[in-house]
Design a protein around this ligand. Structure first.
Ligand code: G3D
Ligand code: MG
Length: 205
């Protein structure tokens, strides 16, 4: 699901080589599973987490188009930022130069879905994040009472995200890693599409 489109990097460093790692910020409420996502990608296994007080960061080469065994890959520089309420004002300093955002949502936590929606809309409305692609990860889909994708799309009001914000909603289970590579593949495609559009716009000027 998605509406499918930094280049802050591109505008600051027009000669940025294509192998440069993409700057990706992982956001979401506390306990959504952000750190589990990061370490699942990094170590290819489940790592027990503790609440993140500052941030965790990892550079990871991710296979594209078909997951493991695929010949195409991209380097992602992930920033996993603490999601507790008192830490959320810091998100902005991490997203300033982001090529893409990963917004992790706990699919079981229907009580805090409104809060997740508010934070997602707040961060995507910031002037500096206009047009930055967002991968919304509907995490913990392994749990029996997880909400469906359609329910999450509606509760998070994804259709009301800024028109310029490309997004994709990806079901996932970070514990076993299901859906993560597929989601990052979509995020990579949205970033590539946006870069191409920005390049074409620049040429026309
Ligand atoms: P955060 O970094 O967003 O705050 P964490 O969240 O990665 O620390 O994860 C919070 C809790 O959710 C952890 O459990 C973690 O194991 C669990 N979790 C993460 N992803 C999944 C998932 O896909 N399915 C299920 N069932 N649980 C998940 P604890 O027990 O350590 O609090
Ligand atoms: Mg964490």
């Amino acid at each position: 699901m998605g509406n499918g489109l930094s280049d802050h990097h591109q505008s600051l460093f027009p000669c940025l080589p294509s192998f440069q790692a993409l700057h990706i910020v992982i956001l979401g409420l506390d306990c959504a599973g952000k750190t589990t996502v990061l370490y699942r990608l990094r170590f290819n296994e489940f790592v027990n987490t503790v609440p993140t007080r500052g941030f965790n960061t990892e550079k990871i080469k991710v296979p594209l188009g078909g997951g493991r065994g695929s010949r195409r890959s991209a380097s992602f520089h992930f920033w996993d930022v603490g999601g507790q309420e008192k830490l959320r004002p810091l998100w902005r300093s991490y997203t300033r130069c982001a090529d893409g955002l990963v917004f992790v949502v706990d699919s079981v936590d229907s009580e805090r879905m409104e809060e997740a929606k508010t934070e997602l809309h707040k961060i995507t409305r910031l002037a500096e994040n206009q047009g930055v692609p967002v991968l919304v990860v509907a995490n913990k889909q392994d749990l029996r009472n997880s909400l469906s994708l359609a329910q999450m799309e509606s509760m998070l009001a994804l259709a009301e995200l800024p028109a310029a914000t490309p997004w994709h909603l990806q079901p996932a289970c970070a514990i076993i890693g299901e859906g993560l590579h597929e989601g990052l593949d979509k995020l990579h495609a949205m970033i590539a599409k946006r870069r191409k559009t920005l390049r074409q716009q620049k040429k026309k000027r």
